[in-house]
Write a protein that binds this ligand. Sequence first.
Ligand SMILES: [Zn+2]
Length: 349
Amino acid sequence: MATRRQPFRILDIEVAPGARDATALPAAQLYTHTRLNIPLQVVHGRQDGPVLLLTAAIHGDELNGVEIIRRVLRERGLNRLRGTLVAVPVVNVFGFIHRSRYLPDRRDLNRCFPGSEKGSLGSRIADLFSREVLAHCTHLVDLHTGAIHRSNLPQIRAKVDDPAVAEMARAFGLPVILGSPPLDGSLRHMADTLGVPAVVYESGEALRFDEQGIRAGVRGCLGVLRHLGMLPPSRREPRSDWEPFVARSSQWIRAEQDGVFRPHVGLGAHVAQGDLLGVIGSPEGEGEVDIHAPAAGVLVGRNNIPLVNEGEALFHIARFDELGEVARGIEDFHTGMLEDPRESEPPVV
Ligand SMILES: [Zn+2]
């Protein structure tokens, strides 16, 4: 006879099998002594399984992930969840309420891990989050966008030489994966240290909702839940032979002078070595400098603001072995994403 599953205990709540509950991690206080809490939702399935942590807005102005988590939590399939879903839609609550990437002391919370009890504000939040939340979880998907004025093509960043991580990355279902080790101090690095397989999803731009990136993110999270056996396999996902493209390397192309920047290629574009990517000149059109692709690749990130300083990152190019196929894969993916008849939410336009 199967024994009944234990309740899930996290912070101050105890969630019974088949139930859902919400609580918050007391992160800090404002000057007014108002408590500033990191909200957290738990869906505890009736049957045993992994504990997947979904996080967003660890950079407080990266909003696509907040909406992705809202939509994932509304999925009806979660009624039949195996295992446990822990969702934290706003990790950096300070940054979120100030529409900022950073904490009030200008620190980047995603560079503060593992943190310490006696350290800076960021260090204390990182330490608390690691001990009280991440340590209770077996897998992590961390949702990001590009920084302010920069947008990213939907992509997964993952340590692809780790088989468990590579499988999660593949399950996300995007055409493009950037194989990259986790950055020191990041939540993904902390997860890696704890032996928690983790992937980062990047899509869109800070302070903006992007429907394609949101849909791709929702679909990706559900793909990971299915891959982990937490949701039943979908009858409508037939692509078992499908493989994403993994970038061999990537590089940022930086501005060689200050001025007004006019880009000529968009996200997802396939460029050959030497192709003209854009121009920087004076406001009157003097002293124009062309920007050429230093190597063939696919554009996975781009600066969107026309005013640039020397050294500023303009284009992020990823290099693949099968460039033409990658570009076609991205095009098919985007067309499919916007025409998906399964979508129940009215789109953000
Ligand atoms: Zn970010």
